[in-house]
Design a protein around this ligand. Structure first.
Ligand SMILES: Cc1ncc(COP(=O)(O)OP(=O)(O)O)c(N)n1
Ligand code: TZP
Ligand code: MG
Length: 286
């Protein structure tokens, strides 16, 4: 079944399926399915980092071993510019926004299909697969927000959960040690608990006011980032919430390894340019 994108008049793109078009595309044919699968497999992100050789270590893992400095360094190197996005956030086709954001220099991607008019069912899964393919093509790790089952189905690179989602311990247990687990924290206590539960990185926010999350916690500026760093915790972390090119610097200055953004890139007229300018603002502070 083919999907197309159209502008729905509410400032966002939606997809629809062509039921009456030819259904047996190459990807549906069993004889070519295995080729597609092996190609997708070979495009899996090299979670060992450093280069793009796709080699696994002796335990079959792409990520450097759990608890090692190499693993933490690898995760930290993916933090600088983290795009969080779903179709709801986009003014252009999400596929195009992601391609442009990657061209502008994002280092990590999270599929967050959430909010009023979010896709569901088959459309939700199809968009996830398309965005995952784009990420794989460009060696950008693909993280799924909230939905462990989708992450398992897609063999995503990781899952991000918040304090009201499935517990981080459970996510880690189900994903195993070779995937990335990100957790939202709004206090030093939540940060410490998340680390004990097996988090690879923390998302801390909202740093500034945001209109991209209806149920956001109160704005705390960079206070929690500072508390986490002052306590001596060195876990990779990103600030999130209302961050753009002109206010990203204090987030990095106060201890974050990067910023996670939705609207600064997805709502920009030129997402590639927006990402490029943000990346520059961050790189100057790192
Ligand atoms: C990188 C990053 N940080 C924080 C969040 C927020 O997660 P959560 O509190 O679970 O809220 P939702 O995004 O699920 O609405 C995030 N998604 N990513
Ligand atoms: C998902 C999330 N979690 C805390 S704030 C936020 C929304 C960030 O979106 P924006 O970058 O548009 O403020
Ligand atoms: Mg969540």
């Amino acid at each position: 079944m083919n999907s197309s994108l159209f502008f729905d008049g509410a400032n966002r793109y939606r997809s629809f399926t062509h039921d009456n078009e030819q259904r047996a595309t190459d990807g549906d044919r069993p004889d070519v399915q295995s080729d597609i699968q092996s190609e997708t497999q070979s495009q899996r992100i090299d979670l060992a980092g450093g280069d793009s050789t796709h080699e696994r270590n002796a335990t079959g893992s792409l990520l450097p071993a759990n608890g090692t400095a190499a693993r933490i360094d690898w995760i930290r190197s993916r933090m600088p510019l983290y795009l969080v996005m779903g179709s709801v956030n986009c003014r252009q086709a999400p596929d195009q926004v992601l391609e442009q954001a990657i061209a502008g220099g994002i280092t990590l991607f999270q599929y967050r299909e959430k909010g009023k008019q979010a896709l569901c069912g088959q459309e939700y899964v199809e968009l996830a697969r398309r965005l995952q393919d784009i990420c794989h093509k460009h060696q950008i790790p693909f993280i799924v927000n909230d939905d462990l089952e989708l992450a398992l189905e897609l063999d995503a690179d990781g899952v991000h959960v918040g304090q009201n989602d499935e517990p981080a311990e459970w996510i880690r247990q189900r994903l195993g040690p070779n995937k990335i687990v990100g957790v939202s924290a709004h206090s030093l206590k939540e940060a410490s608990r998340a680390i004990a539960a097996g988090a690879d990185y923390l998302g801390i926010g909202p740093i500034y006011p945001t209109s991209s999350k209806d149920d956001a916690e109160p704005v705390r500026g960079t206070e929690v980032i500072q508390q986490v760093r002052r306590s001596g915790l060195t876990i990779p972390l990103v600030g999130i919430g209302g961050i753009h090119e002109h206010n990203a610097a204090p987030v990095i200055h106060d201890g974050a390894d990067g910023v996670a953004v939705i609207s600064a890139i997805t709502a920009a007229a030129a997402p590639a340019e927006a990402a490029k300018h943000l990346k520059k603002a961050i790189a100057q502070r790192l």
